[in-house]
Design a protein around this ligand. Structure first.
Ligand code: NAP
Length: 247
């Protein structure tokens, strides 16, 4: 018996990184999944790895028509939709006084409007499932500010707020909506960046599989009374600052 037997998930930005880890874990727990991304080569590789229980679709989260097609694929291939994981996201950097409008518009479009588009397109199919769950991947940058990350921080705070509003709107339909707030995770997004984890209680960065473990809980009926909530998964980074003893 898998923890997600009978569930059908749609995962955006799922061809690599955290999204791909979620797809692998969902499949291992008995779910079937439609993975969407703009990285079609990575998507094809994941499809070859995971086999029959997965479909890949080209999904640019900023395009409502792509979302409609992705939801249709889930319904056609697997008979319905019970889980939406809004995982796709980008990051860009710059001091706020030097940050170009184009970068701002792009990150809000992908990270925040992309989540809105996903919820709007998937909500009718999710309402038809006997129980359904939306998992919005925010960040600890959705809980507090970070230097030179104005667009990312604003978009991830937006995802947190949108999660609350959607939880209120969709609760009557049996759809739960929660946000996940990872700290630094080892993925292509963070490749080449260096992080000092001396102040983090667990003194390390996280792995995509650790986010996937949380996603299994939120996708399944084990979390049946959980909605509108925030799940911080950051090795304790936002709990406080650890001071490394001198010497
Ligand atoms: P990742 O490896 O870059 O994966 C994100 C995926 O989303 C990529 O395949 C990316 O493709 C795709 N994507 C970008 N724009 C898209 C669009 N318009 N439509 C559909 N897909 C699009 O990053 P990750 O670390 O796994 O991140 C997954 C989520 O976790 C993101 O929302 C991120 O903000 C969040 N998160 C990550 C960390 C971390 O430390 N890694 C921490 C907190 C939160 P491209 O290569 O073309 O961009």
């Amino acid at each position: 018996m898998g923890r997600l037997d009978g569930k059908v998930a749609l995962i955006s930005g799922g061809a690599r990184g955290i999204g791909a880890a979620i797809a692998r874990r969902f499949l291992a727990e008995g779910a079937r999944a439609v993975v969407g991304d703009v990285l079609d080569d990575d998507g094809a590789r994941l499809l070859a790895e995971l086999g029959d229980g997965v479909r890949y679709v080209h999904l640019d989260v900023t395009k409502p028509a792509d979302w409609e097609a992705a939801v249709s694929e889930a319904v056609t291939a697997f008979g319905g939709l019970s889980v939406l994981v809004n995982n796709a996201g980008i990051v860009n950097f710059g001091r706020i006084d030097e940050y170009p409008h184009e970068q701002w518009a792009r990150i809000i479009d992908v990270n925040l409007t992309g989540v809105f588009n996903g919820i709007k397109a998937a909500a009718p199919a999710l309402a038809k499932a006997s129980a359904s769950s939306i998992i919005n991947v925010s960040s600890i940058a959705g809980l507090r500010g970070y230097e030179s990350l104005a667009g990312y921080t604003a978009s991830k705070f937006g995802v947190r707020g949108l999660t609350k509003a959607a939880a209120l709107d969709l609760g009557r339909d049996g759809t739960r909506v929660n946000s996940v707030h990872p700290g630094v995770i080892q993925t292509p997004m963070t490749e080449g960046m260096t992080f000092d984890t001396g102040h983090v209680p667990l003194h390390r960065i996280g792995q995509p599989t650790e986010i996937a473990d949380l996603a299994v809980y939120l996708a399944g009926d084990e979390s049946s009374f959980v909605t509108g909530a925030e799940f911080v998964i950051d090795g304790g980074e936002t709990a406080g600052t650890v001071v490394t003893p001198a010497g």
